[in-house]
Design a protein around this ligand. Structure first.
Ligand SMILES: [Zn+2]
Length: 470
């Protein structure tokens, strides 16, 4: 079965055929580091992490680039409100984002490309668009893209002009020739960070940052562009208009993928609504693997309703998978060569692999893929009950390992052992403290000596006694 991807541009599932054999160039819109990383970000980036992981699983060599919009209106607004330097703001929120992504095991990105590192390419593209008659310079030195010059405007999203929310007042920008035109270069206002351009000091518009990065790394055409649904218009529409007008090559991107929104109890998530969940907040309630599992329990194009009940359900389901794998691991170490449950377990492992791959081949349907994982959980539990041999157990474990290469929802065996060891050591330290309080120095000294023999030393800190590896 070929891999099929839903392409927003053609509005149908298409067989995935990269431009250059087994090599895949993939780009996903990254964050603007101006605020806390939230669970909506987690939904998007976990989804595309799995896309990259599955492509690699299928044998493609993926070059995955994510941009960092490290200069943008919202950064400047925040800089002015807080009276802070914009670079320190960006650094702070960027570090927080990376920490969240590391915790969530989103480690498939090859390159995080910061927009401000591509100023030469940005200026070159804007100049090229001016030379080809697709852009114009306004009186203040800003440069705009003339959307009436580009015939394909609106093809991706089906939208031509930005729809504003009812009641919202729209300020008419005198500098624009047409309402849909967008800034390629924004002339510097007092106090704003700026770079030198042929049209005066200024900074790039948001959309041109992405085409500068992708054309620099991938050339005029590439395979896969992802992002949240809300970015299709005007952001991605603008990227297409810029790139195709600049290079003359179409289509700029072969497959456009858009993820569904994350909502909270049926409402859009907003700080002003008091329903805002940062990744850090969520990780106080669930483990990173549980959060990942929760997010992957839906197909990426579907919206997800983030509620405590849904999280709890996902957590219980995740627990069942984990338990099954732990039981298999334990059985692998102790089981006999063969058992009565072997044939059924082997068949179930093969069937689960097939189901998993068929689901992932169908536009990365992680919801169905998780269902296949679940079937193997049921079969494993049954086989272990009736008695399964080492080889069959090993085969089932291999299937789980294959699934986890893509989903990354199981804590690694090493991480698991480490977690248990830490817990046991904490407990021993507590026991020793109790012995000291009872003035049972023979016991407390004995524990210290035994631990020292194992390479674990105890030290007094302000927060009490701590253990550490020597
Ligand atoms: Zn973008």
């Amino acid at each position: 079965m070929p891999l099929r991807v839903y392409n927003t541009l053609t509005r149908r599932k298409e067989e995935f055929v990269p431009l250059r054999g087994r090599r895949v160039s993939m780009f996903v819109c990254g964050i603007t580091p101006h605020d806390t990383t939230h669970v909506g970000h987690a939904k998007t980036y976990v989804a595309f992490d799995v896309v990259a992981r599955y492509l690699r699983y299928r044998g493609y060599a993926v070059f995955y680039v994510q941009n960092v919009t490290d200069i943008e209106d919202r950064i400047i607004e925040k800089m002015q409100t807080l009276g802070r330097d914009w670079t320190s703001l960006v650094e702070e929120y960027w570090a927080e984002y990376l920490e969240g992504m590391t915790a969530l095991r989103c480690d498939s990105v090859n390159l995080y490309a910061k927009a401000t590192d591509y100023m030469d390419e940005i200026v070159r593209q804007i100049q090229g668009l001016l030379d080809r008659g697709y852009a114009y310079v306004a009186e203040d030195g800003s440069v705009y893209y003339d959307t009436t010059k580009y015939a394909g405007w609106g093809n991706l999203s089906g939208q031509k002009v930005e729809e504003h929310r009812p009641g919202a007042r729209v300020a008419i920008d005198e500098r624009k020739r047409n309402p849909a035109d967008f800034a390629l270069w924004k002339a510097q206002k007092p106090g704003e960070p700026a770079w030198d351009g042929p049209w005066g000091k200024g900074r790039p518009g948001w959309h041109i940052e992405d085409t500068a990065i992708t054309i620099h790394h991938f050339g005029a055409q590439y395979d896969l562009h992802g992002g949240g649904r809300e970015l299709a218009f005007p952001h991605h529409e603008a990227e297409i208009a810029q790139a195709e007008a600049y290079t003359g090559v179409a289509p700029f991107v072969r497959y456009w993928m858009h993820g569904g929104m994350l909502i909270v109890k049926g409402e859009e998530m907003h700080k002003s609504l008091g329903n805002y969940w940062s990744v850090a907040d969520a990780l106080k309630v669930v483990s990173p693997e549980e959060l990942r599992f929760f997010l992957l329990n839906a197909q990426y194009r579907s919206p997800i309703d983030f509620t405590r009940e849904a999280l709890d359900e996902a957590r219980a389901a995740h627990r069942r998978i984990r338990d099954a794998v732990e039981n298999l691991r334990a059985a692998e170490a102790t089981a006999k060569d063969a058992g009565p449950g072997d044939a059924a377990l082997r068949a179930a492992a093969a069937k689960a692999r097939e189901g998993f791959e068929a689901s992932m081949d169908d536009d990365f349907n992680t919801r169905e893929a998780v269902a296949a994982v679940y079937e193997l959980v049921g079969a494993s539990n049954k086989a272990l009950e009736s008695g399964a041999g080492r080889t069959a157990v090993h085969e089932a474990l291999e299937a789980f390992r294959a699934f986890d290469q893509v989903l990354a929802i199981l804590p690694g065996a090493a991480a698991d052992a480490d977690r248990v060891l830490s817990g046991v050591l904490d407990f021993i330290v507590e026991l020793r403290e109790e012995a000291r309080k009872r003035k049972d120095f023979a016991a407390s000294d004995g524990i210290r000596t035994r631990l020292a023999d194992l390479g674990i030393v105890l030290e007094d800190t302000r927060d009490g006694v701590r253990w550490k590896r020597r």
